[in-house]
Ligand binder design. Structure first.
Ligand code: NAP
Ligand code: ZN
Ligand code: ZN
Length: 354
């Protein structure tokens, strides 16, 4: 395929795992007939951005431009675009493409495409430019219309940005495991994902318990919807809930002991990991064998489910609790994220990059 005509946009990138992010210029393709060009207004800061920028998962191509919680305005559309017009408020999450033919794509589960992570908004492969995809820490992005989402008109745009990853990543497993009324559901870690998991589990009617390592977050956890909060470093508090959960979603970004959470589950209970720490997490056999418990993972969500989640948020007035930052505060924000000091999602005001 011939390289399409491109235009330059400002972005924030890093050239190596140990180097802070800094201003640079990147190329975007001119919209093809099926593309939507989006001026980025806000971009959430996911812990995955940090894992990726620092190559903690081992597959980062440099220069790296993170960012996959994108909200913006359509500034141009290709001649064949049917769903969007100039001026629409739209979102782009963790996916900008997929093979569209494998069984997962056919089932609307593009996140599990046979091509693996090739469709990623960053760290994927841009088949138009024949180069790694570059994310949302940038002025604009060009995306095929099939991977562009609509943002409900009643939602605050900045606070809606984190829905594009933190939102769908927690909504999807809660729906898959049919969380609802009559169930006791745990959420591990009150960060970007964790606080969205609490909001959704509560909205779905479950009894929600938040596990945290930060005693200072107890009041906030209740404010965002937890019925109860357990400080996980307190053995007595942990023992009081042992064997009582139907389902637990673990949204922790760093090393921690999964076995203590398996032991919190009832018979046939499930612990789903959404957190993606750098190193493997050891699992003992007995916490699984006893009570036939299971351990699973879950990756973001497909495009149809992401739209469903956004519409659900519009109907129920759900957004993230955010702290707005300027683009040039990103390195400091990463350091605060590593200290679990975010309330509860940083969002970059992308006009600060103009
Ligand atoms: P985050 O905002 O930094 O939150 C992580 C939370 O984990 C912290 O707020 C903290 O909560 C807890 N935590 C941190 N260090 C800990 C430790 N050493 N031991 C126990 N708890 C600890 O991160 P995020 O953006 O929500 O992302 C969370 C994880 O999910 C990351 O690994 C990210 O890459 C991954 N992720 C996965 C998917 C997916 O598709 N599966 C999508 C997006 C992100 P407390 O202070 O309450 O303890
Ligand atoms: Zn993310
Ligand atoms: Zn596929």
């Amino acid at each position: 395929m011939a390289k399409p005509v491109c235009f330059s946009v400002k972005a924030y990138a890093t050239p190596a795992a140990t180097v802070p992010l800094a201003a640079t210029t990147i190329e975007r393709r001119q919209p093809t007939p099926t593309d939507v060009q989006i001026q980025i207004l806000y971009c959430g800061v996911c812990h995955s951005d940090l894992h990726f920028a620092r190559n903690e998962w081992g597959f980062t191509a440099y220069p790296a431009v993170p960012g996959h919680e994108i909200v913006g305005r359509v500034t141009a559309v290709g001649s064949g675009v049917k769903k969007f017009k100039v001026g629409d408020t739209v979102g782009v999450g963790c996916l900008v493409d997929s093979c569209r033919t494998c069984p997962s794509c056919a089932a609307g589960l593009e996140q599990y495409c046979d091509l693996g992570l090739a469709g990623g908004t960053y760290g994927g492969w841009d088949k138009h430019l024949n180069a790694p995809t570059l994310g949302g820490y940038s002025q604009s992005i060009v995306v095929t219309e099939d991977f562009v989402l609509r943002i409900p008109a009643n939602l605050d745009l900045a606070a809606a940005a984190p829905l594009l990853c933190a939102g769908i990543t927690t909504y999807s497993p809660l729906r898959h495991w049919k969380v609802g009324a009559g169930q006791k559901v745990g959420v591990v870690g009150l960060g970007g994902l964790g606080h969205m998991a609490v909001k959704f589990a509560r909205a779905f009617g479950a009894h929600v318990v938040l596990f945290t390592t930060s005693p200072g977050k107890v009041a906030d956890a209740k404010r965002v919807g937890a019925h109860d909060v357990v400080v996980s470093t307190d053995d007595k508090q942990m023992a009081a809930h042992a064997g009582s959960f139907d389902f637990i979603v673990d949204a922790v970004s760093a090393q921690h002991d999964l076995n203590v959470y398996l032991n919190q589950l009832k018979r046939d209970g499930n612990l789903t990991l959404v957190g993606a720490p750098e190193k493997p997490l050891p699992v003992a056999s007995f916490p699984l064998l006893l009570r036939r418990r299971s351990l699973s993972g879950s990756l973001i969500g497909g495009i149809a489910e992401t739209q469903e989640m956004l519409d659900f948020c519009g109907q129920h007035g759900i957004t993230a609790d955010i702290e707005m930052i300027r683009m040039d505060e990103i390195n400091e924000a990463y350091e605060r994220m590593l200290k679990s000091d975010v309330k509860y999602r940083f969002v970059i005001d992308m006009t600060s990059l103009q």
